[in-house]
Design a protein around this ligand. Structure first.
Ligand code: ARG
Length: 466
């Protein structure tokens, strides 16, 4: 058999191949156009791996020094945009490794000892997502800060609270803002859980079965700041739970943003007129000169489709895959990157928009005065006077019907008229029928009274350390 190099052996894995890869195959299988995003993590992983190989006698000190310097030079070139990525080298791992071998020779070819691209790609992806988790937490804290600022600025202002998008009960504007503080707080917790679960180093699982070389997985894990190492080599290279979990956290964030966006679109309409979004956060119409459109919230609402789509892509990708690594898994990166970009950008611009938002408190208070929104308070008033709640509900229902017929509000009814519905009603009822009285009566934990909301605001600021 000839030992001459065949065309096929130009590839790093080409030894057993007799011909070159078809151009169409190279184009179809390449991932370098998107996984180059992982370059810094790939290099950090390789440096830690090389240091461990040297510590265990697989590389000499000189070889380690050459590898480390070579990798640093490659990193600088990629960062500067001068590195030449080659599609025929498929992915970021082989582009970097091949370039290293070309620069430093045989020492570079030793780097891949005790490693496979299967554990390497899992490592790069986890390192990337660990950083993205930290970035998401920071972005979530930023937007939570914006809700706190609004809650503080408008403390005491009242607006209608809705169920079924029908006026239900008066609430404090700040209470509504702090509802979002809670929602994004849960998102923060989920991201942190996700980070903690993915914080185990895959390196050393090698292709799927572990390595026969004398390696020290814990050393690499420690060098890369992992909390530990994964337990099972087969699970390690077959696992993409962490990508799905991260994207599912992203999906919930984007859903929360979308609900907020929907409210802002409604509130900015002339029908509601509850908010003004600063001009520089709106756009106009090319035909209707009077228009000022809330495009930012609309786009955020629309982009939730992309994020949900990314999650669906990942879930479908993993479903039915046999253990362990399958090339299908290369399809895991683009949806995650898209979710990272979409959610990151949406959080950042929504935070900016919130800081450029004005509530029309007069308009909101006026809306609160319409729609018999203190009807529940009147029922509660009767309950405190011993009337069973269901009976009280029916009594108040009749009073509301009278208001509807007269196009007036509950406090507009004379005491005599109210007493016609129930003898238990006395002059003190008017306190209960006022919206401020209603709001401030809601002193149950988590309720909308000024007292509770002031406490909640204080707790929120404490959480953010502001
Ligand atoms: N580009 C590949 C991916 O993203 C790297 C792992 C390839 N492993 C392999 N055995 N072909 O999944």
């Amino acid at each position: 058999m000839s030992t001459e190099k065949t065309a096929g052996s130009q590839k790093m894995w080409g030894g057993r191949f007799g011909e070159n890869t078809a151009a169409s195959v190279e184009a179809f299988t390449a991932s370098i156009h998107y996984d180059s995003r992982l370059y810094a993590y790939d290099i950090a992983g390789s440096k830690a791996h090389a240091a461990m190989l040297a510590a265990n006698g697989i590389l000499s000190a000189e070889e380690l020094a050459a590898i480390t310097a070579g990798l640093s030079a490659i990193e600088e070139e990629i960062a500067a945009g001068t590195f030449r990525f080659r599609r025929e080298l498929e992915d970021i791992h082989m582009n970097i490794e091949k370039s290293l071998v070309e620069r430093i020779g045989p020492a570079g070819a030793k780097l891949h000892s005790a490693r496979s691209r299967n554990d390497q790609v899992a490592l790069d992806f986890k390192l990337y997502l660990r950083d993205q988790c930290d970035r998401m937490v920071a972005l979530l804290d930023d937007i939570r800060g914006a809700f706190v600022r609004l809650a503080e600025k408008y403390l005491g202002s009242i607006m209608p609270g809705y169920t079924h998008l029908q006026r239900a009960q008066p609430v404090l504007v700040s209470h509504h803002m702090l509802a979002y503080f809670e929602m994004f707080g849960r998102d923060r917790g989920r991201i942190r859980d996700c980070r903690a679960r993915l914080d185990l180093s895959p390196l050393g699982a090698a292709a799927l079965a572990g390595s026969g070389l004398p390696i020290d997985r814990e050393q690499v894990a420690k060098a890369l700041g992992f909390a530990g190492v994964t337990a099972n080599s087969m699970d390690t290279v077959g696992d993409r739970d962490f990508a799905i979990e991260f994207t599912s956290c992203c999906t919930l964030i984007q859903l929360h943003l979308s609900r907020l966006a929907e409210e802002l679109v409604l509130w900015a309409s002339q029908e509601f007129g509850f908010v003004d979004i600063a001009d520089r956060f709106c756009t106009g119409s090319s035909i209707m000169p009077q228009k000022k459109n809330p495009d930012i919230p609309e786009l955020i609402r629309g982009k939730s489709g992309r994020v949900v789509g990314s999650l669906m892509t990942l879930i479908t990708l993993v479903k039915g895959l046999p253990l362990t690594y399958n090339r299908d898994m290369q399809e895991d990166k683009e949806p995650v990157f898209d979710a990272v970009d979409t959610v990151g950008a949406s959080l950042a611009i929504m935070t900016e928009l919130l800081d450029n938002l004005t509530f029309n408190t007069g308009r909101m208070e006026e809306a609160t005065g319409r729609g018999c929104m203190t009807a529940t308070d009147l029922a509660d008033y009767l309950v405190l006077k011993g009337v069973p709640f269901r009976e009280a509900h029916a009594i108040v229902g009749r009073a509301v019907a009278l208001c509807l017929a007269r196009d007036c509000e509950l406090p507009d009814l004379e005491l005599g008229e109210l007493r016609g519905f129930s003898e238990k009603i006395d002059g003190d009822v008017y306190e209960v029928l006022r919206v401020e009285g209603s709001v401030n009566s809601r002193i149950s934990t988590g309720g909308t009274s000024l007292r509770r909301v002031t406490e909640a605001l204080k707790a929120a600021k404490q959480q953010l350390g502001i």
